[in-house]
Design a protein around this ligand. Structure first.
Ligand SMILES: *[C@@H]1O[C@H](CO)[C@@H](O)[C@H](O)[C@H]1NC(C)=O
Ligand SMILES: *[C@@H]1O[C@H](CO)[C@@H](O)[C@H](O)[C@H]1NC(C)=O
Ligand SMILES: *[C@@H]1O[C@H](CO)[C@@H](O)[C@H](O)[C@H]1NC(C)=O
Ligand SMILES: *[C@@H]1O[C@H](CO)[C@@H](O)[C@H](O)[C@H]1NC(C)=O
Ligand SMILES: *[C@@H]1O[C@H](CO)[C@@H](O)[C@H](O)[C@H]1NC(C)=O
Ligand SMILES: *[C@@H]1O[C@H](CO)[C@@H](O)[C@H](O)[C@H]1NC(C)=O
Ligand SMILES: *[C@@H]1O[C@H](CO)[C@@H](O)[C@H](O)[C@H]1NC(C)=O
Ligand SMILES: *[C@@H]1O[C@H](CO)[C@@H](O)[C@H](O)[C@H]1NC(C)=O
Ligand SMILES: *[C@@H]1O[C@H](CO)[C@@H](O)[C@H](O)[C@H]1NC(C)=O
Length: 890
């Protein structure tokens, strides 16, 4: 018996010993298995052994006891996928970051057994199904990030067990149901974001928050007082919900609240005077609610206030003159209320004011005389639809930066001051319609060569339309109707192209497009001819007029970038002088494993700050040549950012870049990595020594001797078409097809570049004035005028222009073609001018051999159908590739 007992004990002892040994190596076995399951390339292969798992990248162990326990796993951004369940065997894990990978399916419920876990980041993956209830047992968890996945279902009540939680991010999922009141019992919660979900119900009480962002859900009920009670709130974003009730008085507790955005809800009541105690307030946005009462002068105490947007509510009364003390104010938007009285002079003391929008109110004073004397940065002056009286002050001419001037629908009297011609930047719109203006149209209007839309309708303006209006080269929309104008409408495409209704209601006007002949000795004879000719010119010029418009839009957009660029230029100078370190890199990655060692992010930044490294400059980006300390040469594309895209959409951007990095095609220039610092994104590319097709065709300095290179040109044309065709195949539209964006490698193989742009720049995010972002001058399809959208057929048009460049060795826009005629119109017009193909094709190529000439003529045919003015008549990119390949084989 005793013997048996001793034997049993022995067996137990051995087993116990084995268990200790096993648990000692436990993490090692798990780690090796994990490496195999997730294919973590930074951990090497199985040959790498397992004993040193604590030294693997992203692994941190605690060696304080005799066992090496894995405490931290940082595997963000590694293209990982696979079964994660194994991780729950790492019992000592405190920190787990698996963000920005490709995990899909359910989140393993077994993670709930990681009782030591303090930090869990699963954001930016493709996890689906619901949040595991088992998470509720993570008593030590301080930070949970599940945002940017495809999670469904409601927020499980079990999470109320997360008593240590400080940060909870579950935004950008498909979560439903309400945010239950237990969340208020998470007493340490400081950060809570759940924006862009499908959440309903009320916002529960929460007491210690610093940041609350719940925008774009379907939440209702009031904004709870409790969120202001501790006074710690810094950011509150609740836009686009169905919230009711009023903004609580207790908002005044939060001195550090800088960002208060509660627009697009159903809020009522007035703005509490306590807002004046929110001294850190920088952005205040409440547009599109049912708020009422007066604008409280207490706003004047918020000296950092930069944006004040009260638009589309029921505010009444006058603008308190104290608001003129807001020296940092940049945008002041009060449109769509019932405000009246004067526009306070004091308001025009805010030196940084760039947008003043008082439209759609009942303002009944006059326009202040010293307008723009103290607001040198004013870009948008929107005073339309009010009851403003008096003259348009001559001082309007001081508003040199103005992009849009809206004064329509008021009671303005007097003449249009000629000084208006001094507003050289005016581009978006000049609207003086529905006033009581009289007198002549000043010929100085002709100086507004960037202006796109002009509306003088419904006044008492008299005299001729001066022929100087022909200076308004960018004009697209014009309205002179219902005035007292007389004489012949000047022959100027934008005027003749306008509908009749733009001129009706003027008894004395004649000429096109009114169909009223001017009883004029030169008149009737060549009227018809004129008509024909000008109609053709209209078609011809419409395209370039638009191009100008788009250029203008881009200029506006670049203008907004200027400050940032000035800043970086300064930074560059400082670095060259060796005074400062380069700016801090926020994020960076190299997608190509074997290049990781060779690329130094700081060096990338430094090289891209030197102007002498710039090799080309496109509509959306500039390219720098950067030599790494390792000797590797890169192209670094510095993206022009808009509206702080980089800052606010960094994660999405990184995701898109990684997707693009994997878009493998022989003729696409896909990024191999990126670096982000401040608000700048630098995209890394392989260096392509032969520059762009534009440089190859048009830059004679690179190639002093002309080579008869038709074969090479044709193969470049086919390659570029193939790249574009593939892009269309994966449902991507290129935003800037142009020869300057076709790059040539060492063997002159073409790669279509700038494809990131269509993914990274979202035109809908810009202000109305810069919503049009559509490529390069000379390549923009004519239908863009109506659609304002770049489409696949639009790409085909732009590609057709590139083909024409290849065939003719001419630039897409060239003064030699004649006024308003671009390459497309010049080529299409050749038969009518009685010119032979030889006069169009580059004769240095077409006369080399009969076979070449035949091929060039065939390609010309393709180019002509690609550039057809009717989008539907253009072939698909795929068809273009087929046609060109066929020509190549003939
Ligand atoms: C723990 O020990 C391993 C070697 O066993 C070593 O690679 C690792 O750096 C150590 N970790 C710490 C935090 O000291
Ligand atoms: C390592 O683990 C021990 C307990 O095993 C703990 O006391 C210690 O704080 C840990 N060290 C670190 C750096 O986490
Ligand atoms: C992952 O592995 C565990 C056990 O190793 C298994 O129970 C689970 O079903 C697996 N999950 C998936 C999604 O395959
Ligand atoms: C997820 O949220 C945590 C806590 O707020 C934060 O520290 C982390 O940076 C977030 N992860 C990503 C990828 O943004
Ligand atoms: C929150 O905590 C209070 C006590 O502090 C308790 O009465 C209440 O039931 C808790 N609420 C929830 C939803 O657990
Ligand atoms: C602002 O705060 C002060 C104390 O800091 C208080 O006396 C005053 O009443 C507050 N004003 C408003 C309008 O809440
Ligand atoms: C205004 O902004 C600056 C810079 O962000 C900050 O240092 C300052 O504290 C702010 N002022 C107030 C009153 O919060
Ligand atoms: C205007 O804005 C700039 C930054 O854009 C800031 O440096 C400057 O202090 C502001 N001017 C005033 C008068 O506040
Ligand atoms: C403007 O309108 C208000 C309210 O209708 C009226 O009291 C005031 O006298 C008007 N001011 C002028 C200058 O007409």
């Amino acid at each position: 018996m005793g013997f048996v007992n001793w034997g049993l004990l022995l067996v137990f002892g051995v087993l116990w010993g084995a268990l200790v040994v096993v648990s000692k190596q436990d993490d090692g076995l798990v780690m090796v298995a994990l490496r195999r399951e997730l294919v973590v390339s930074v951990w090497g292969g199985d040959a790498n052994g397992d004993s040193n798992y604590c030294s693997w990248d992203g692994v941190l162990c605690n060696n304080s006891s005799s066992i090496s326990v894995v405490e931290k796993l940082s595997l963000s951004h590694q293209q990982l996928r696979g079964n994660l369940s194994l991780i729950s065997e790492l019992k000592g894990l405190k920190w787990l970051d698996l963000s920005m990978n490709k995990f899909e399916g359910s989140i393993p419920p077994s993670f709930g057994s990681l009782s030591e876990l303090e930090f869990l980041d699963l954001s930016l993956n493709k996890f689906g199904n619901s949040i595991p209830l088992e998470f509720g047992s993570l008593k030590n968890l301080r930070s949970l990030n599940l945002s940017n996945n495809f999670l469904e279902g409601s927020i499980p009540a079990e999470l109320m067990g997360l008593e240590s939680l400080e940060e909870l991010q579950i935004s950008e999922n498909n979560l439903v149901g309400s945010i239950s009141s237990w969340i208020g019992n998470l007493t340490k919660l400081r950060v809570f974001t759940a924006y862009e979900n499908l959440l309903t119900g009320r916002i529960p009480n929460m007491y210690q928050l610093q940041l609350l962002n719940l925008h774009s859900n379907q939440l209702e009920g009031p904004i709870p007082e409790s969120i202001f009670s501790s006074g710690k709130l810094q950011v509150l974003v609740l836009t686009m919900n169905k919230l009711s009730g009023s903004l609580p008085l207790s908002v005044g507790n939060c001195k550090g609240l800088s960002n208060l955005r509660i627009g697009d809800n159903k809020l009522v009541g007035s703005i509490p005077k306590s807002i004046g105690n929110v001294s850190g307030l920088t952005y205040f946005e409440v547009e599109n609610n049912h708020l009422s009462g007066e604008i409280v002068p207490e706003f004047a105490q918020c000296s950092n206030l930069t944006l004040l947007n009260l638009a589309y509510n029921g505010f009444t009364g006058t603008i308190p003159s104290e608001l003129g003390e807001l020296m940092n104010l940049q945008e002041f938007i009060l449109s769509g209320n019932s405000l009246f009285g004067d526009i306070p002079n004091s308001l025009l003391r805010s030196k940084n004011l760039s947008k003043l929008d008082l439209s759609n109110n009942r303002f009944n004073g006059t326009i202040p005389k010293d307008l723009c004397a103290n607001t040198p940065r004013l870009q948008f002056l929107l005073l339309g639809q009010n009851s403003i009286k008096g003259d348009i002050p001559l001082e309007i001419g001081n508003c040199a930066k103005l992009l849009e001037l809206q004064l329509g629908g008021n009671y303005l009297t007097g003449n249009i001051p000629p000084e208006i011609g001094q507003i050289k930047n005016l581009q978006v719109s000049l609207n003086l319609s529905f006033n009581h203006l009289h007198g002549p149209l000043p010929s100085e209007l002709g100086k507004l060569d960037k202006l796109v839309s002009l509306d003088f309708s419904n006044n008492q303006l008299s005299g001729d339309i001066p022929s100087a209006v022909k200076g308004m080269m960018s004009l697209i929309e014009v309205n002179f109707s219902n005035n007292l104008l007389t004489g012949r409408i000047p022959i100027f495409v934008p005027l003749q192209k306008s509908p009749k209704s733009s001129f009706t209601g003027n008894k004395g006007l004649c000429g096109e497009p009114l169909n009223i002949s001017c009883e004029n000795p030169f008149g009737s004879g060549d009227e018809v001819d004129h008509h024909k000719v000008s109609y053709k010119i209209i078609l011809v010029v419409l395209g370039s007029g638009l191009s100008v418009f788009v250029m203008v839009a881009v200029v506006v957009f670049l203008f907004m970038m200027r400050e940032r660029q000035e800043k970086s230029a300064k930074a560059a100078k400082i670095i060259e002088d060796g005074i400062a370190e380069p700016p801090l890199v926020i994020a960076g990655n190299v997608f190509v494993e074997n290049l990781k060692q060779a690329i130094d992010f700081d060096a990338v930044v430094k090289q891209s700050l030197k102007d002498s490294n710039k090799t080309s400059c496109g509509t959306f980006s500039a390219i720098y040549k950067a030599v790494m300390p390792s000797g590797l040469i890169l192209f670094v594309k510095r993206l022009r950012s808009m509206d702080r895209t980089v800052t606010y959409h960094q994660n999405k951007m990184i995701r898109e870049l990684e997707r693009l990095g994997k878009l493998c095609h022989d003729h696409l220039m896909t990024p191999i990595g990126f670096v982000i610092y401040e608000d700048v994104a630098l995209l890394l590319h392989h260096y392509l020594p032969n520059g762009t097709l534009a440089q190859y065709l048009h830059d004679s300095t690179t190639k002093p001797e002309f080579e008869p290179d038709w074969r090479r040109r044709l193969s470049i044309a086919i390659g570029a078409a193939d790249g574009l065709s593939f892009l269309h195949h994966v449902a991507t539209i290129h935003l800037d097809v142009a020869s300057g964006n076709v790059f040539l490698d060492a063997n002159f193989k073409p790669l279509v570049g700038e494809i990131e742009i269509s993914k990274l720049i979202d035109p809908s995010r810009g202000a109305a004035s810069i919503s049009a972002v559509a490529g390069s001058f000379g390549y923009i399809p004519p239908e863009y005028a109506y659609t304002m959208q770049v489409t696949a057929p639009g790409n085909v048009y732009s590609y057709g222009v590139v083909l024409l460049e290849i065939l003719t060795t001419r630039l897409p826009v060239d003064e030699a073609f004649g006024e308003g005629i671009d390459l497309v119109k010049w080529v299409h017009g050749a038969p009518k001018r009685g010119e032979t193909p030889e006069q169009i094709l580059d004769a240095r190529l077409s006369t080399v051999s009969f076979a070449w000439r035949k091929q060039m003529l065939a390609v010309l045919k393709v180019a002509l159908i690609c550039t057809d003015s009717t989008p539907a008549k253009r072939p698909k990119m795929k068809k273009v590739v087929e046609m060109l390949k066929e020509i190549n084989q003939s």
